[in-house]
Design a protein around this ligand. Structure first.
Ligand SMILES: NC(=O)c1ccc[n+]([C@@H]2O[C@H](COP(=O)([O-])OP(=O)(O)OC[C@H]3O[C@@H](n4cnc5c(N)ncnc54)[C@H](OP(=O)(O)O)[C@@H]3O)[C@@H](O)[C@H]2O)c1
Length: 334
């Protein structure tokens, strides 16, 4: 059974998503909605589907099973309400909302309308991330003690644009910091405590954020997000048996475990040989294809949430981001 997709909005990530959708088995783009018909038509000419000049017309199309929401975060709740009330399942870009209260409302709406809802947290669906999670849980890589993850790139552009405009939910934490927080959650479980510091713009946006976290078992994590610098986009996990490294940890090609010798010291280097951890299944497209496939799998199974991105995980990360924002004094305009 093919899952029939509608895409709501025609911005950057919507384009990338459509390219991955085209190479995902059992998934088809049937419609796209934009605030402007010309934009929807240009998108449809490139990627296919019926173009609509409003989001309302998109969700009224009976051919659409599930809608992918790709607007700025500040609009996600209203967009999701529109889709759910029209009887559509929803995959909503991250973060699903600006705060926990709105995310809880989105989850409530999905339950009320008995529809599937998933945060588009592609990292949690990524085969390499899932394989690493399984290996860590099995204990074969040792007991994790420290985790570090950083994500950032320099943002230039209009203060009116999505990345810098507080009215559209601009925030290094919400845009980028959500990845280190989610990665730590996937690898270590829910944080017990987070302590944060940030550098803010004159307009009050968090441009740079550093977070220190304590996780179950006394595992410690350091996580950063930046809109002013080019971060390594890497993550590492130090265990009592060695260390794990990932480049582009939010969509890694591989994870590499370097084991250390029993009784070794700071000077005695690796035991020799590294272990490359790859996924059990291929990465589809850039990796968005794996989340698209997960939604299709869930819908075919009649699920209302994905075990890879359960609602509780989405809400936990939103709760953490509310906590961090309160600590660093970042509020969104009402
Ligand atoms: N998963 C990922 O890897 C990833 C990567 C980048 C972004 N994202 C997330 O995806 C969402 C969109 O990001 P993006 O980079 O694609 O943004 P973008 O390029 O600015 O596109 C956003 C689109 O939303 C629609 N929109 C509706 N109301 C708008 C308004 N008032 N102002 C601006 N746009 C409005 C527009 O589409 P129409 O004109 O067609 O209606 C616009 O093209 C964000 O929540 C972001 O966090 C995720």
């Amino acid at each position: 059974m093919t899952t029939r997709w509608g895409i709501l909005a025609t911005g950057k990530i919507a384009q990338t998503f459509a390219r991955d959708l085209a190479v995902t088995p059992d998934a088809e783009l049937v419609a796209v909605g934009s605030r402007r018909l010309a934009s929807a038509e240009a998108f449809a000419a490139e990627h296919g589907g019926t173009p609509y000049g409003s989001y309302e017309e998109l969700v009224a199309d009976p051919a659409v099973d599930v809608v992918y929401i790709a607007t700025p975060h500040a609009f996600h709740l209203d967009n999701a309400r529109l889709c759910l009330e029209a009887g559509k399942h929803v995959l909503c870009e991250k973060p699903v909302t600006l705060d926990l209260a709105d995310a809880e409302e989105m989850v409530r709406l999905a339950a009320e309308h008995d529809r599937f809802l998933m945060e588009a947290m592609w990292t949690a669906c990524h085969p390499v991330v899932r394989a690493l999670q399984a290996r860590l849980r099995s204990g074969e890589l040792g007991t994790p003690r420290h985790l570090h993850a950083e994500l950032g790139f320099r943002v230039d552009g209009s203060p009116e644009g999505r990345m810098l405009n507080p009215a559209l939910g601009a925030s290094a934490l919400l845009d980028m910091g959500i990845y280190p927080l989610t990665f730590a959650h996937l690898m270590l479980g829910p944080a017990e405590r987070l302590r944060a510091t940030a550098d803010r713009s004159e307009g009050g946006i968090d441009l740079d954020v550093a977070i220190a976290g304590r996780y179950p078992g006394g595992v410690l994590a350091t996580m950063t997000a930046s809109m002013t610098s080019w971060s390594s986009r890497s993550a590492s996990i130090a265990t009592d048996r060695g260390r794990i490294h990932l480049d582009d940890f939010h969509h890694p090609a591989r994870a590499v475990f370097t084991p250390y010798a029993e009784g070794g010291s700071n000077d005695t280097v690796e035991r020799g040989g590294t272990l490359e951890i790859l996924g059990e299944e291929p990465v589809v497209g850039r990796g968005y294809g794996n989340e698209i496939a997960e939604v299709g799998r869930c819908l075919r199974a009649g699920l209302r949430e994905s075990p890879l991105v359960p609602h509780e995980q989405t809400l936990t990360i939103l709760r953490q981001m509310d906590d961090v924002r309160a600590q660093v004094g970042v509020e969104f305009p009402a």
